[in-house]
Design a protein around this ligand. Structure first.
Ligand code: B12
Length: 448
């Protein structure tokens, strides 16, 4: 069974390798490899190696491209991040026709790249079976079927069985190894060994979340929580360390959940390894769950920085979006971290901006609050996500038809801009966070 994996290019207004990686696709690849498949991998998301930072991140190669009709009115440059369709076609032409082509999608609004990869593969390999999976079909099933008509199968996150059956029928084979994706300890390690360089490896430590934040789709996709055993994560770290990997990135909506049983033993195990690793957590942890032991373990296990979610300092917004943490609890967590010796200069705190009917001043207040505490504010623009409470409740107030086309779900478009929070306000806040000479904010827009 010859299988080609494709991580498509991205079309967006901005994109940076924020430790993004096609983890789901590489898991599926290694499951098929356990069934005897011969794998090839084309990662369209090439980066500029010379500009790779010490933390493993690097800018993607990029090129300005024309906007699709749906985004024609947007006054920002649109780019392709990753290789062009022509370059992909050339690479496809150099390999034998595979039996199966697997294409992933990481954000809903990145579907144009997925569509392009499917169509390029269909053109070069008319006899291959093409399967698409990932976030786009999981959250926009009907739309994905309309846009990805050249694919033979489109699967959602929880349809592994359907995928296995399709492979068996299409290739007249039997898959002896067909794990549930929720059996995290039984999954083979994702096939990063197919990459020439492995700048970092994401560690998938759980599925699901204990919270029900109104803006997040995780409870819709993964209603129950499953966790991976600390020993399985440790074994994976040792495995990749044997491949010279030193940086690890935690992919987890809920890393500190059941911390006594999972996170503390894991971090203790990492601290006791005979080698040091660097750990990053782009998915924030909840301040309410940070205690003294954990604060020490973050220091001892190799957290280079810590990302914490605060979302807002406005008590009403905090309550209505999920109520995970209060400022009092947040301050206590910072005190505990300081006591353990964690440098607050290396703590980044996510603040949500652009929520429906949010006022820009409330975001500024949160930024000032964080500056005063000595931590780094990080503005996360609100992304309206299908199947979330907030999306359904407010979609008719968005300035774009976010329900009709996933392209409009892109947070770079600030879909919920209104007179109380304009694009200029966002620009002002971003410059303010960076400490640049903040332009003077006036009713008419920015000056200075
Ligand atoms: C880790 C993560 C990230 C990572 C990177 C993810 C990546 N893979 O590159 C980082 C931290 C960079 C990130 C950033 C953001 N993220 Co995020 N992220 C996640 C998270 C927690 C896990 C994704 C993941 O990799 N899971 C693990 C893998 C194994 O699962 P999977 O990708 O679902 O794949 C499974 C299946 O789909 C299948 N599969 C995947 N591909 C294929 C292909 C084939 C052929 C087949 C058969 C199967 C298959 O295999 C897997 C196992 O079953 C999800 C929430 C969630 N629980 O899914 C949010 C999520 C994807 N992120 C989301 C958001 C909003 C963001 C941000 C916009 C947040 C912000 N405001 O800044 C940014 C965007 C940054 C950017 N522009 O680059 C949203 C989706 C938004 C959308 N419209 O698509 C999600 C769903 C969370 C939410 N709030 O609801 N994110």
């Amino acid at each position: 069974m010859k299988v080609l994996l494709i991580n498509p290019s991205i079309y967006d207004f901005a994109a940076y390798s924020f430790w993004s990686s096609p983890l789901g696709l590489l898991y599926v690849g290694s499951i098929l490899r356990k069934n005897g498949a011969d794998l090839r991998f084309i990662d369209c998301m090439r980066v500029i190696e010379a500009k790779r930072k010490a933390d493993g991140r690097a800018p993607f190669v990029k090129e300005r491209v024309a906007k699709p009709d749906a985004l024609k009115g947007v006054r920002r440059h649109y780019r392709r991040y990753g290789i062009s369709r022509e370059a992909l076609t050339r690479e496809l032409s150099c390999i034998d026709e595979p039996d199966l082509v697997l294409v992933t999608s990481i954000m809903t609004y990145w579907y144009p790249g997925t569509k392009e990869a499917v169509e390029a593969a269909r053109e070069i390999f008319p006899g291959s079976r093409i399967v698409v999976g990932g976030i786009y079909p999981s959250l926009c099933e009907e739309e994905a079927k309309r846009h990805l008509q050249k694919a033979d199968l489109i699967v959602k996150h929880n349809e592994a069985e359907r995928f296995y059956r399709f492979v068996e029928d299409a290739l007249s084979t039997t898959l002896a190894f067909r794990p549930s994706i929720y059996d995290l300890d039984a999954l083979p390690y994702p096939c990063y060994d197919l990459c020439d360089e492995i700048p970092f490896v994401p560690l998938l430590t759980s599925f699901g979340c204990m919270y029900r934040c109104t803006y997040c789709a995780t409870p819709y996709m993964h209603p129950s929580i499953v966790r991976r055993s600390p020993s399985s994560v440790l074994e994976e770290i040792k495995h990749w360390h044997g491949h010279e990997v030193k940086r690890f990135v935690i992919y987890d909506d809920n890393f500190l959940y059941e911390k006594e049983r999972y996170v503390k033993p894991l971090l203790r195990g990492i601290a006791e390894l005979p080698f040091r690793i660097d750990i990053y957590n782009p998915n924030a942890v909840n301040a309410a769950l940070i205690d003294e032991d954990l604060a020490e373990l973050f220091c001892e296990s190799g957290f280079q920085e810590l990302r914490i979610g605060l979302e807002t300092t406005d008590p009403d917004t905090q309550r209505s979006t999920g109520g995970k943490v209060s400022t009092k609890v947040f301050e206590k967590a910072l005190a505990v971290l300081t006591h353990a010796g964690f440098d607050l200069g290396n703590v980044s705190v996510y603040i949500l901006a652009g929520l429906p009917f949010q006022k820009w001043e409330t975001v500024k207040e949160a930024i000032d609050y964080l500056f005063a505490l000595g931590v780094r504010p990080y503005i996360a623009e609100y992304t309206p996500i299908p199947h979330t409470e907030m999306f359904e409740r407010y979609c008719r107030h968005a300035r774009y038809p976010i329900k009709e086309d996933a392209l409009y779900q892109n947070n770079a478009l600030l879909p919920f801009a209104w007179e109380g929070f304009t694009e200029n306000d966002l620009l002002y806040l971003k410059r303010y966070v960076k400490g640049k000479r903040a332009p003077v904010r006036s009713e008419g827009g920015l000056t200075g």
